[in-house]
Design a protein around this ligand. Structure first.
Ligand code: SF4
Ligand code: SF4
Length: 698
């Protein structure tokens, strides 16, 4: 006889009928709850088909759309890309055990179902033996993952309580600390009773599953039972079973399966199912591109941005339900890490609650938290289910700004940008001051050029950033690159305005710049500011521009590779690199900085996982309590490397870290430079100048 097993062993027709009635009732209850969620998602805006992947836009996808869906599912769900790159040392493997165990069990159950209810009867022979041992293996994998999660949650919750106790003591000792400290500290580490019940249910499911297998073997032993090795071993311990005992275990396991179906839409493990849809339809726009708000949209909705959750897109609403409350986003948030109110995990939960209740979004999150975001995208990068926190936050900011809720120094910056086209309010003529004594070609002089050197507001007028600007201009000159600058014709890219939420000021400045690009037939741009770089590269296309945009480290890296410049090689350990968020994380450029200055050391949070200096999202222009500056934490990390020079590749980072480095080491001489300066110093002296000397106008 071939190895196999009989389905519904010892079950008469009425028992089978009862089973089907119960299963269909449980599935109906599950479907009813899912329909409720889908109805909530559908209150959102339809997706912008031209910019977002066609997921959710069509019930029947085109071949191109289906390819995108499948690719995203393969990478982000089946490949677990985000989880594998997680910073959590024990969290990531645990999650992989649960995911692959769960998927294995679903696949095995589906195969069994096809065999039972279709004309194809393949559950026998060698297939059966492989199937049974694989089923036991994935069950064990799932069991290990769930047990690991239970233990981990238990200890994390205890350490969460320890942190809360510590926060209480700190608050008692210093009443000036933000009173939100307690709530703020508790959130990312907490576990609710629901979490333990969910894990308990999953544990029960898998254990009763093995018990059922063992009971079948105990009741009806076969020569090939060893292939079901877990159940077989269990059966050896429990001895023989009567039919009644076997049926009791069968119903006991079935009961928990039915409970699982009914509560699945309410349990966190629903994210495994949601993640398929979220990944399939995920926006295909780059991380650094914010959505364009059109005047037509404003006229139609009679508002700017998001007031109620239904003002988000359907995909963004659906993504909220995929949140597994893992807290990865909060753990990496620079604002949360310096004791601010902002907690990205809580932002997602509050918007989810607003989606259910119909309340306004901003009051739930609080304006204080909304303005604290630096738009660094660390949360987005860390989120395993692809939630785009920055999209969620900026769209609410847009609504607040349109209603006049922004005041103080940030509002002053917006007025300055509007009136002078310079974020610090300096007149256009000041944009050419840095050129004095140098021979810098200007577009308006009419010469040919291959690259527009985009200087930016800080690059033109901030004393530290001007050093970078001069170094870049000198390097381009030395390498024989034909470049030109716009000088007083350059206007702020509008990046700070857009990220604060003043969308139409961004569009006004960007439209002006695009028309200047057209006037001079600009094709390629190089800039030393990652914020300008991101905006020009990823967002100006929304206003009709098509440019090839380079960060200065990228172009300089090319020149080093070609042999037109010599890479800098400081003594190993002398220079610590701070990766800018908008270069390394948002635009995934990690190699270029390291290729122009070799042998740099980095703090643990580097590359795509770099730690924000606190300047992005308009925070540069907002008041900051000295004890809550993200740059202080970053400066400590950089100094802990033991380096005596800190190298940056962003004028904003340079401004923020300058103060923090001085504060951290008031008596130490810590040098703060841009990579371009180090590269310039490394060039051999020649006709066009050498270390520290910028080429002058002849
Ligand atoms: S938003 Fe993403 S990273 Fe944050 S808790 Fe939810 S699933 Fe985790
Ligand atoms: S973008 Fe940065 S600052 Fe804003 S919530 Fe995310 S991690 Fe925090």
């Amino acid at each position: 006889m071939e190895p196999t097993r009989e389905e519904f062993l010892h079950f008469a027709a009425p028992e089978k009928a009862l089973f089907y009635i119960l299963v269909f009732s449980a599935l109906a209850l599950m479907a009813w709850q899912i329909k409720d969620r889908v109805r909530l998602w559908q209150t959102g805006r339809p997706l912008d088909d031209s910019k977002l992947s066609p997921g959710l836009s069509y019930w029947i996808p085109s071949r191109e759309a289906a390819t995108v869906w499948l690719r995203n599912i393969a990478i982000f769900v089946l490949g677990q890309k985000k989880v594998r790159s997680s910073r959590k040392r024990s969290g990531a493997p645990m999650h992989l055990f649960i995911f692959y165990g769960f998927m294995g069990l679903v696949l095995a159950t589906t195969l069994l179902g096809i065999n039972t209810y279709s004309p194809w009867k393949y559950h026998k022979g060698l297939y059966y033996e492989v199937y049974e041992s694989s089923f036991d293996t994935v069950g064990l994998v799932f069991l290990v993952g769930i047990s690991w999660a239970l233990v981990r949650r238990f200890f994390l919750t205890r350490s969460g309580h320890a942190i809360v106790d510590d926060a209480k003591e700190r608050l008692e000792a210093d009443p000036n600390l933000a009173p939100q400290l307690l709530q703020n500290r508790r959130a990312p580490l907490s576990s609710s009773l629901n979490d333990f019940l969910t894990l308990g249910l999953l544990l029960t499911l898998v254990i009763t599953g093995f018990w059922l297998e063992a009971s079948r073997i105990s009741n009806n032993p076969q020569a090939w039972d060893r292939v079901s090795y877990v159940g077989y071993a269990w059966a050896q311990v429990q001895g023989s079973f009567s039919v009644t005992a076997y049926k009791t275990v069968w119903w006991f396991h079935t009961f928990w399966v039915l409970v699982f179906f009914i509560v699945l839409p309410r349990m966190r493990i629903r994210h495994i199912v949601n993640a398929f849809f979220v990944a399939a339809g995920k926006p295909e726009t780059p991380m650094g591109e914010l959505r364009l708000v059109s005047m037509e949209e404003v006229e139609k909705t009679e508002q700017v941005g998001v007031k109620l959750a239904k003002d988000y897109s359907r995909w963004h609403l659906m993504s909220l339900d995929a949140c597994m409350e893992c807290g990865r986003c909060t753990e990496v948030c620079p604002a949360w890490n310096v004791g601010k109110v902002l907690n990205p995990k809580q932002v997602v939960q509050e918007i989810r609650t607003a989606m259910q209740s119909g309340e306004e979004v901003a009051p739930r999150i609080t304006e204080e938290a909304l303005w604290q975001c630096t738009t660094c995208n660390a949360c987005t990068e860390a989120c395993p289910v692809l939630i785009r926190h920055v999209d969620l936050i900026v769209d609410v900011r847009r609504n607040l700004v349109s209603e006049g809720a922004l005041s103080g120094t940030a509002a002053t910056m917006l007025r300055q940008t509007a009136s002078t086209s310079h974020a610090w309010g300096q007149p256009a003529s000041d944009r050419e001051d840095w050129m004095k004594g140098m021979s810098i070609p200007l577009c308006r002089d009419g010469g040919d050029f291959d690259y527009l050197f985009w200087v930016g507001c800080a690059g033109a007028t901030d004393p530290g950033a001007v050093k970078t600007t001069k170094a870049v201009a000198s390097l381009l000159t030395k390498a024989g690159i034909r470049f030109a600058c716009l000088g007083k014709e350059e206007a702020c890219t509008g990046d700070p305005a857009r990220r604060i939420g003043e969308e139409f000021l961004f569009q006004e400045k960007a439209s002006h710049n695009v028309s200047v690009f057209e006037k001079y037939k600009v094709k390629r741009v190089v800039t030393a500011c990652p914020h300008c770089f991101n905006s020009l590269k990823n967002e100006y296309g929304q206003l009709g521009s098509s440019l090839e945009v380079f960060h200065h480290t990228q172009l300089l890296s090319e020149l080093v590779t070609k042999g037109d410049l010599v890479a800098a090689k400081p003594k190993r350990g002398d220079v610590a690199l701070h990766d800018p968020c908008y270069l390394a994380r948002v635009n995934e450029e990690v190699e270029a900085p390291r290729s122009i200055v070799e042998q740099m050391v980095t703090p643990p949070e580097s590359g795509k996982k770099t730690l924000c200096c606190g300047a992005g999202g308009g925070r540069m222009w907002m008041e900051e309590s000295p004890s809550q500056r993200p740059a202080n934490r970053r400066a400590e990390g950089l100094l802990d490397t033991g380096a005596t020079t800190v190298a940056v590749a962003c004028p904003f980072c340079r401004i923020m870290l300058g103060d923090s480095l001085k504060q951290a080491r008031p008596n130490d001489e810590v040098r703060l430079v841009d990579l371009a300066e180090l590269l310039w110093e490394a060039q051999p002296a020649g006709k066009s100048g050498s270390a520290g000397e910028f080429p002058t106008a002849d």
